[in-house]
Design a protein. Structure first.
Length: 147
């Protein structure tokens, strides 16, 4: 059985942060010490806002925003290495998300890219009867016979 693909226009944003970045805390020392990692706060906000998909990807080697080049350690993770948060949804939803959560995203490298969402569904065969509505024997053949 063949399947069909239904395509829908979507977009994705990639937000580059470091694993060590934390959300801002207006509290005292202990609140700042226990503040949530920024990448988790971004993903939780995307979930709360009902966006389609949000994931975090760790990089192994690179730099962000013109900073120093960092590499992943063999045994100990490097908290300065870039981490990518990718969010997928319709472009207008992504724009609304960025406007609403500007405090979390301000000053971050954010890249938008057009993508397509594919929904793979079972294919449907449709049968269409193209035979005449009357049996051939009952057609008026007098018009065909010579006079």
């Amino acid at each position: 059985m063949k399947h069909q693909i239904i395509s829908q226009e979507m977009g994705k944003i990639r937000i580059y942060v470091t694993p060590g970045e934390k959300t801002e805390s207006s509290g005292g020392f202990w609140q700042k010490l226990n503040s949530k990692p920024l990448y988790r706060a971004i993903i939780n906000a995307a979930k709360k806002d009902g966006l389609m998909n949000a994931s975090a990807f760790m990089t192994h080697y690179g730099f962000s925003a013109g900073g120093k080049v960092h590499a992943a350690g063999a045994e100990i993770p490097n908290p300065s290495l870039a981490l990518c948060v990718e969010i997928i949804d319709r472009k207008d939803h992504l724009e609304d998300f960025c406007r609403h959560h500007g405090r979390l995203l301000q000053g971050k490298v954010i890249i938008y890219k057009h993508v397509e969402h594919w929904d793979v569904t079972p294919g449907h065969l449709s049968e269409k009867d193209i035979s005449p509505s009357e049996p051939v024997d009952s057609l008026n053949t007098s018009a065909l016979s010579p006079s």
